[in-house]
Design a protein around this ligand. Sequence first.
Ligand SMILES: Nc1ncnc2c1ncn2[C@@H]1O[C@H](COP(=O)(O)OP(=O)(O)OP(=O)(O)O)[C@@H](O)[C@H]1O
Length: 278
Amino acid sequence: MLEISGLGHAYGTHRVLEGIDLKVGEGELVTIVGPSGCGKSTLLRCIAGLVPPTEGKVVLKGAPIDGVPDDLAVVFQDYSRSLLPWLTVRDNVALPLRRRGLGKAERRAQAVKALASVGLEDAAGKYPWQLSGGMQQRVSIARALAYKPTLMLMDEPFGSVDAQTREDLEDLVLQVHRAEGMTILLVTHDIDESVYLGDRVVVLARNPGRVRDELPVTLPAGRDQIGTRADAEFVRLRAEVGRLVRGVVKDSEPPDATDAEDADAEAVATAVEEPAKK
Ligand SMILES: Nc1ncnc2c1ncn2[C@@H]1O[C@H](COP(=O)(O)OP(=O)(O)OP(=O)(O)O)[C@@H](O)[C@H]1O
């Protein structure tokens, strides 16, 4: 479904990504995690056709991406800038459906259905600024769902909401992934989240950003915030992803010097050593 090969990107002389090879299969939910500044967002923007990579290629369903593909939806962290304040919630969700060539009544009907699937049927006639942050992000997710994209890209989608809302939205994504069989590629800097959501976790290293490792998540598909996070396999995986993000490939090996000196890596190490919060 999605095939990235030899992808590299530089902003001027600043080399951000190098030699990224990654495949995502139909119906998979793949999470990408890595230290701050390793190029996660740049990678997602290259896949979305928003930033042309300086090397390599991205192929979606057999077609090379050289602009924003029609069959893609992106959910960004900053929901306040992704919804149009002068349109109602329903019209925000219905707007991209024009590109599908649907008539007005059908666009509205699909928007209402998608809003119901994220629990916001009662908010259809409101404006985005009348909703809480978590509700606005639900609207962004509903907009992506209504569009029925081949691939949904999510860039730190829960980075701007409180912890409880974050958990609710994580479960919402799992639910729509299961119900719709949607292929999702989600970027996060949160190690626990990468394991909780992913069928597979891709860990990036930085300077330049490259794939350090990929880990299949062998947890059962039906996940829940309390039970899954207490599962021994979850605890093992989050520790392993944490070590990879930090740059320690095996317990016996010293950490990568650049990463270990970095405050972000220390924060990651602390997060790994703390017991699971949930
Ligand atoms: N438009 C741009 N122009 C120049 N440099 C950029 C641009 N966007 C990002 N960068 C730089 O590229 C590097 C990677 O940034 P990017 O946002 O892709 O990383 P990230 O892993 O998503 O970071 P974070 O986790 O902190 O959001 C950073 O050093 C950043 O300063």
